[in-house]
Design a binder for this molecule. Sequence first.
Ligand code: PHE
Length: 463
Amino acid sequence: MDTENKRNSFKGSLGFILAAAGSAVGLGNIWRFPYLAAKDGGGLFLLVYLVLVVTFGFALLTTEISIGRKTKQSPLTAYGNVKKNWGFLGILASLVPMIIMPYYCVIGGWVIKYFVAFLTGQGQAAAEDGYFTSFITGEVSPLIYLVVFLLISAFIVYRGVNKGIESSSKIIMPILLVMIIGISIFSLTISHTDAAGNVRTGIEGMKVYLIPNFDGVTLKSFFGIFIDALGQLFFSLSVAMGIMIAYGSYVRDDDNLVKSINRIELFDTSVAFLAGAMIIPSVFVFMGTEGMGQGPSLMFVSLPKVFMAMGPVGNILGCVFFGMVFFAAMTSAVSIMEAIVSSFIDQFSVSRTKASIIEGVIALVLGIVVCLGYNKWYFEITLPNGAKGQILDIMDYISNNCLMPIVAFLTCILIGWVVKPKYVTDEVEKGGNKFGRKWLYIIMVKFLAPLFLILLLANTLLP
Ligand code: PHE
């Protein structure tokens, strides 16, 4: 166990790529991407998203991973190391995973619950109306599943960079990929005749997903699609909360960053794309396009119904699906926790064991508060973006909609204007590696990314 301050590193670039992809591939890929794609005109959204991945996403990811590798520090201490007086940004960036971790684990617990339900053949019950609400408003069961999820992720983080994070990602990520490819192919083969006698097939659903729909697209609606893609990308790559700085600090100096970053982006985008290919056709076949909700309603309400409508195979498919979501959520939770634990280790010189226990307890206490928000402490609040929410939604709003764009914006200002992009480009080119999109990186980090982030922030904060 690495209990002292000596910094470990990933053994090879594959370990790093899979760990970072494990962080990036999470609930966002599965429950938000397909919904946005369906809502925003299928292929049109995919196109906008893709362009943003290789420009905006690439710039943010490169920035954070380079800061991590150059400073060899965790987020809390890294920013102050880049430039004196910018330590406050480290605090801000570390605050985000502190807020996200508790509720991410609560949702992770819900995923385990559904996995167990399908595993034990109770898929039918899970597909009933009201099952989800009665589960999350329960006083004991959500807490038990929260504890199980949190314990597993704390255990992986406690095991350390190599024996915990790197080795678990190397096993989990390939399995996840096989599972998601399998289910997407299966969803192409299904068809269903509804009560009115209409037949809908998986292939038709796939067309809804892939073919760009330009009907009625105006400049204003295009801007909406752009903002959706931007927000999604940002969350999906796990940037703006220190994770990629922490993981970057474990990358060996001889690793080719450009290659690794391209692969992380490819992995994350492929899984998001496949999640759409798996979910959109199935929901379309059994519920029509109206079934495409987002977030919990898609995953815990619509999809169980879809699985059960498939007949006997539904229980098995549900089990595989929730197993896969569990893997995706677990590797993300591990990365969120690692950002905090590594910060505690660097800032307070505590052992990894102690840091993992402290963060585990903090996440547990706040996680319990999140669960109480659905029963004893239930209330409804209207968020500035118009959505109604409970404690979980408030935490999500503060971290995702407010803090993350602010952290990313300030990071761009720090690199683009204060220490200058050379800080990052030199790190990327270290050891004679070629940085093919260097010019693009500089334009993005100085001008376009900050502009996009201001637009994103304005869009969420202004009515
Ligand atoms: N990137 C993950 C996803 O797409 C979510 C995540 C966000 C993970 C923030 C870690 C930190 O679901």
